[in-house]
Unconditional design. Structure first.
Length: 163
């Protein structure tokens, strides 16, 4: 694996076996995270909803240059699992290491003294993560068919276009 990424990250979790996007909470008040289980530890990386969506878009673009897809990883874990690292992420970098054939995700902690966390994933794990990220992103509040704004079941939605 590329030594330049390892040198930049204060914590290298190694190769991921699980990279699972999750939403915690009720629609309209959800928080989003990536649950990571890797060879050198685990992490809960909290990100914004739109960052999750953009990460999935970028992963799909990056993977389009790839050659094969062999299946989805098994992601059997507790939604409330503890982790070695639990942090709010303010920046993400995505790359590919030709020498290992693996993809790298570098997550920057919100804390100025916090860790930059590197993790590595096989193509299949990253592809599954992107598919699940789209599902998690889209599973929130239903959208108004007229204005596209979020609606809440049992609550009145005020929409100028519906009048």
């Amino acid at each position: 694996m590329s030594s330049e990424y390892r040198a930049y990250a204060r914590r290298d979790l190694g190769v991921c076996t699980v990279l699972e996007p999750e939403a915690v909470g009720e629609p309209g008040q959800r928080f989003f995270r990536l649950r990571v289980e890797a060879e050198h530890g685990s992490a809960l990386l909290w990100i914004e909803k739109e960052e999750l969506h953009e990460l999935a878009v970028m992963v799909k673009r990056l993977l389009r240059t790839g050659v094969r897809r062999t299946g989805e990883p098994d992601a059997n874990g507790s939604p409330d699992a503890s982790a070695d690292v639990d942090c709010k992420v303010t920046g993400l970098a995505l790359g590919y290491d030709r020498a290992s054939g693996r993809y790298m995700l570098l997550a920057h902690d919100a804390d100025p003294d916090g860790e930059a966390i590197a993790l590595w994933a096989e193509r299949e794990v990253l592809d599954h993560m992107a598919d699940r990220a789209f599902e998690v992103h889209d599973a929130g509040r239903p959208r108004c068919p007229f204005c596209g704004g979020p609606t809440l079941p049992g609550k009145q939605h005020f929409c100028a276009r519906a009048n």
